[in-house]
Design a protein around this ligand. Structure first.
Ligand code: NAP
Length: 306
């Protein structure tokens, strides 16, 4: 079984593909044949050591956080109905590997029949974070939110969730992604590459700024126009220029994942997949994450497409 390994803090180019044995099944575990894993900023930040404070790790480690796959074996204490079912899950010990043992039952969710496994996989580290941000925000129906980093994986879900709860959205993203942002429910779109003053026409009406871009310079420009506005950032741990600034990091409940999967099943939200690349091309995938304008999530694939 091949896995993507980080054994230094030298970044993307130092990643290695290694053959690794899979641990033996235990009564609580299920063995999952991996189909997709999401390529996340979290991976790259871990690889460069930038997350050491928030997430201390021991090297070497298997890179990655979430997965979508097919259950191939179940331990004695797990439901046999899981066998051969498509599932998504969180794997805190690393997910970018051809097979994995999922040992924490609350961190595995069966995927409804009418939801593609690739779409469901984008909930991990994308839809879940967007839902977390919505719950952490002070926003209510009728309010207006301004989102930076709106075309990324978290942002594309957050726009849809805010829209679902009747919250108006102003989305900041690259101009090549504006059609997508509008399709997802943004009422106003702003290009971060053009002067903001001529684009931001509803300054008085922003109830909360949700920052997914993590750029202090962009926040400086926005707050110069908006004045004091509560900022909830998932991307910057501190921002000295505003008193009403909060950084948040966290997870949602297992029932929230079931709710998100149901929304995908009902078509009230949809997954935006930027690109799928074989796991052996992980370095290319991570460069695309950093260097291309985001349009949802990049997925690594592990087997022939289903
Ligand atoms: N706190 C938590 O619990 C938690 C959990 C998950 C993720 N996060 C963080 O949340 C953020 C979003 O995650 P994601 O997975 O959605 O990332 P992503 O898919 O890479 O999206 C990042 C977005 O930010 C934009 N951006 C980056 N730098 C920018 C700049 N200088 N000016 C304007 N826009 C900029 C990008 O725009 P372009 O593509 O056009 O450059 C892109 O739309 C990341 O910082 C991630 O680390 C936090």
């Amino acid at each position: 079984m091949q896995a993507i390994i980080q054994d230094s803090y030298q970044g993307i180019e130092a990643l290695k593909l290694q053959q690794r044995p899979l641990a033996a099944l235990n009564p609580l575990a299920v063995r999952v044949e991996t189909r997709y894993t999401p390529v996340m900023p979290y991976d790259v930040l871990t690889e460069t050591g930038q997350l050491k404070q928030l997430r201390p790790v021991k090297l070497p480690l298997v890179v990655g956080y979430g997965f979508g796959g097919i259950v191939r074996e179940v331990g004695q204490l797990r439901h046999t109905q899981l066998l051969d079912r498509p599932v998504i899950g969180v794997q805190p010990t690393g997910s970018h590997q051809e097979q994995l043992l999922s040992t924490l039952p609350p961190l595995l969710w069966p995927v409804p029949a009418n939801v593609s496994l690739a779409a469901a996989t984008t909930l991990i580290g994308g839809g879940d974070t967007a839902y977390f941000a919505l719950k952490k925000s002070h926003l209510h129906a009728g309010d207006t939110a301004l989102i930076t980093g709106a075309s990324g994986s978290v942002g594309t879900y957050l726009i849809q969730l805010l829209h679902l709860f009747d919250i108006h959205v102003i989305a900041v993203g690259h101009s090549t992604r504006h059609d997508l942002l509008r399709e997802l429910g943004a009422e106003q779109v702003i290009d971060y590459d053009r002067p903001l003053a001529e684009q931001l026409t509803v300054t008085g009406a922003v109830d909360q700024l949700i920052d997914l871009a993590g750029s202090p310079q962009l926040l400086d420009q926005l707050t110069a126009l908006l004045g004091t506005v509560p900022i909830l950032s998932l991307a910057l741990t501190s921002y000295a220029s505003q008193p009403a600034f909060t950084f948040a990091s966290g997870t949602i409940l297992p029932k929230d994942y079931r709710w998100l999967l149901n929304q995908l099943a009902q078509g009230t939200i949809r997954a935006i997949i930027q690109e799928r690349l074989p796991f052996t091309a992980v370095k290319t995938a991570q460069h695309h994450l950093l260097e291309q304008h985001a349009a949802g999530r990049i997925l690594l694939t592990y087997h022939q497409e289903d």
